[in-house]
Ligand binder design. Structure first.
Ligand code: FMN
Length: 168
């Protein structure tokens, strides 16, 4: 049985999470603590630690993009999750030729992008939950999405075949 501290320090999390990248103004941050919380209106919750630059940027700009990159960019995602602020984008091969209406960075190579406004915050621990009202989505229908699963400690994987359960 794993202890609580083993869970966070072990070489693999037992609950891999899909890695995304938060774009807030010019900054990019790797994010795996996120989930949809309402379908209509479409709302999303993201958990951001208060020591991260993205935390203060979200409070200031009250909006962001959520970029879901293909698996081949796991090194770039990892870089966005190691550095605090600065020009992270220029250290990668990624492009950001567009901005949303609030001037938040959008990554061209994304399989999917959500664009939204911060409409609420909730703090209960060392991460703040930002509730995002998603106003626009961009999906690249040209190729199937290759989700990036994050296991912690720099470990990544992607999914195998998609199957559909039989109808009873
Ligand atoms: C794959 C991955 C997922 C991460 N998920 C989160 C997360 O959900 N919330 C968070 O606050 N930090 C998360 N981090 C850590 C931040 O990305 C990291 O502290 C980053 O350097 C903060 O950047 P910033 O200071 O420029 O905002 C994650 C890191 C990685 C590598």
């Amino acid at each position: 049985m794993l202890t609580l501290s083993d869970y966070f320090t072990s070489s693999s999390h037992h609950q891999p999470r899909i890695a995304a990248v938060v774009g807030c103004y010019n900054n990019l941050m790797a994010l795996s603590w996120h989930m949809p919380i309402s379908k209509s209106p479409f709302r999303y919750a993201i958990g951001v630690r208060d020591e991260n630059m993205t935390h203060s940027l979200l409070l200031e700009h009250r909006s962001c993009t959520l970029n879901f990159l293909p698996f081949s960019y796991y090194e770039e995602i990892d870089l966005f999750g190691k550095e605090h602020g600065g020009d992270k984008l220029s250290k990668t091969t990624l492009h950001a030729t567009r901005r949303d209406k609030n001037n938040n960075v959008i990554l061209d190579e994304s399989d999917m992008v959500f664009v939204g406004d911060v409409i609420d915050t909730y703090q209960n621990g060392d991460h703040t939950i930002f509730i995002i009202q998603i106003n626009e989505t961009y999906i690249n229908h040209d190729k199937p999405a290759q989700n990036v699963l994050f296991f912690g400690q720099g470990r990544y994987a992607t999914l195998g075949d998609t199957v559909r359960a039989s109808k009873k």
